[in-house]
Design a binder for this molecule. Structure first.
Ligand code: SAM
Length: 505
């Protein structure tokens, strides 16, 4: 047996959590029947903000809003502050604090509180503190986002956590302990251990941990207080604090017909209390990770909230028209979006953000009943082919300055770079080589690019493949990258410019 590594010794993996975007939180609440104003000026606090990627990206996308990131880990807060400073962000601050000890004076009245990957990893008294903080600092109608490991889905994986903890050994470096534990689990699994045979989910989790790296394992599996939770228990705790379940993410989860197995349709048609229905549904789909939105009670649910969201919000696509999928497979169901009115909706939404009110006034969509257009829009949203966008007023200069700073960071480190889009009001993940192209196109003048590409290839070893053939000769690498830059300029840059990720030239 071994001692469990302390996760605070290891910086968490850097990631952008799209679910923290105000656009998605507002959409989830509205689909659940709660109206939230669509504004570009608000106060947002992320609790357990980690190294700050989500908070900084959103701050760059919404320059008129104000952001606070709170985290206990000094290395995280130092990293986040440096990133905000390099990116020239003036609307974000980071507090190195235990959120349980934050005084009221340190936070303004809030419109949004986000806590991704926190609730089921902390002790019960800290959970209560998180919920009470949100309940006391949110304005009436403000939204709280929490994600947590859920039951019953996690029940089958809990023994894997025990196995990893027991196998961690005693090495001084927590990452080495995680590597040792993963190796032992892998040997058991590859040898046909029946636990892994009977629990496919545990095997999938092991694969995911190996993909993301040992820092993830340390944070996810070696937290002393980690414990998966039932939705019904969380909802009851929230209700006691005055926070009402509003909706969930991804957005399709708010659409019953897309969420439950076909065989249980009749069962779920019976009228039920909303919390009970969501709790039962977790058994129907063996829920594993919940991403829930709560609203600070103020006004009662509004039956018109979903229609108002669909009619009055600007929607758009994050990808170009040729990348839109018309057939989308969700965990329980499929969505098929052939022909009209999808063709006409997508023709506009891939070109520019628009509201359904604007769309239905246009010639191509005027023939369709508004109810049919709303249904189609729900399918497009549930299939994540279009997404709610920010209000039109977001200024692009702050995002442009921040994104330039992000592109100066080391690229090609095996994770995508996330850039702020003031148009979409969220972060856009750009894969490594595309980020290199973007850096060359935005930060280097055209005549200097060939020399810059040569210097880049010489400076760092680049793993390049063309049709599975590894390219190792530096001159050939430089030629391949130059071709890639040109392809990117023609095929991808216009979309990123339309999203305000780079200043349009
Ligand atoms: C699993 S990480 C998630 C980080 C980030 N939200 C993300 O999704 O990338 C949890 C974070 O919560 C922070 N944390 C845990 N308990 C905390 C507390 N009581 N006060 C402030 N931060 C806390 C940890 O330091 C860590 O950075």
């Amino acid at each position: 047996m071994s001692t469990t590594p302390d996760p605070s010794e290891v910086p968490y993996v850097r990631q952008f959590c799209r679910e923290l975007s105000p656009t998605l939180l507002r959409a989830a609440a509205a689909l659940g029947g709660f109206r939230v104003e669509d504004r570009d000026e608000f106060d947002y606090c992320e609790l357990g903000a980690g190294p700050g990627d989500s908070t900084c990206t959103l701050a760059a996308a919404y320059p008129r809003a104000r952001f606070v990131g709170v985290d206990l880990n000094p290395a995280h807060v130092t990293f986040a502050r440096e990133m905000a400073e390099r990116g020239g962000l003036e609307n974000v601050r980071f507090l190195q604090r235990d959120f349980a000890e934050l005084g009221d004076e340190q936070l303004p009245p809030l419109d949004f509180v986000g806590a991704h990957g926190v609730l089921s990893w902390i002790a019960p008294d800290k959970q209560r503190a998180l919920i009470e903080l949100a309940a006391s600092r949110l304005k009436p109608g403000g939204l709280l986002y929490v994600s947590y490991n859920a039951l019953p889905g996690w029940a089958a994986i809990q023994p894997l956590r025990r196995l990893l903890q027991d196998a961690a050994g005693t090495a001084a470096n927590p990452l080495d302990r995680a590597r040792r534990a993963l190796e032992l689990a892998r040997v058991l699994r590859d040898g046909g251990a029946k636990y892994f045979v009977d629990s496919a989910a545990a095997g999938e989790m092991l694969d995911a941990m190996e993909r993301v790296g040992p820092a993830y394992t340390v944070h996810e599996y070696f937290q002393e207080h980690w414990r998966p939770m039932y939705f019904a228990d969380v909802a009851a705790q929230m209700a006691a604090a005055g926070l009402r379940f509003a909706g969930e993410l991804p957005l399709y989860r708010n659409v019953q017909r897309l969420t439950i197995p076909a065989g249980l349709e009749a069962f779920f048609e019976a009228p039920r209390d909303r919390i009970e229905a969501a709790h039962l549904r977790d058994f129907a789909i063996n829920m594993f990770l919940r991403q829930d939105v709560y609203v600070k009670s103020g006004l009662p649910p509004d039956p018109e909230a979903a229609a108002e969201l669909l009619d009055g919000t600007r929607f758009g696509a994050l990808v170009s028209a040729d990348k839109i999928h018309r057939d989308v497979r969700l965990p329980q169901r499929e969505i098929h979006m052939p022909g009209e009115p999808f063709d006409s909706l997508l023709a506009v939404l891939c070109a520019r953000p628009a509201t359904l009110r604007e769309l239905s006034a246009g010639a191509s969509l005027a023939p369709f009943a508004v109810g049919r257009l709303r249904e189609a829009l729900i399918d497009l949203l549930a299939g994540d082919q279009v997404t709610p966008m920010a209000p039109a007023s977001n200024d692009a200069h702050v995002a442009d300055r921040y994104n330039r700073a992000v592109l100066q960071q080391p690229l090609l480190e095996g994770r995508p770079v996330v850039l702020a889009s003031p148009v979409a009001g969220t972060g856009i993940a750009v894969p490594g080589l595309q980020a290199v192209c973007l850096r060359l196109l935005t930060l280097v003048d055209a005549p200097d690019r060939p020399a810059s590409i040569r210097a880049f290839v010489e400076r760092q070893p680049v793993r390049l493949h063309v049709r599975d053939r590894p390219i190792t000769d530096p001159q050939e690498q430089a030629r391949v990258i130059a071709e890639e830059v040109e392809r990117f300029r023609v095929q991808k840059l216009p979309r990123l410019a339309a999203l305000g990720v780079v200043a349009a030239s």
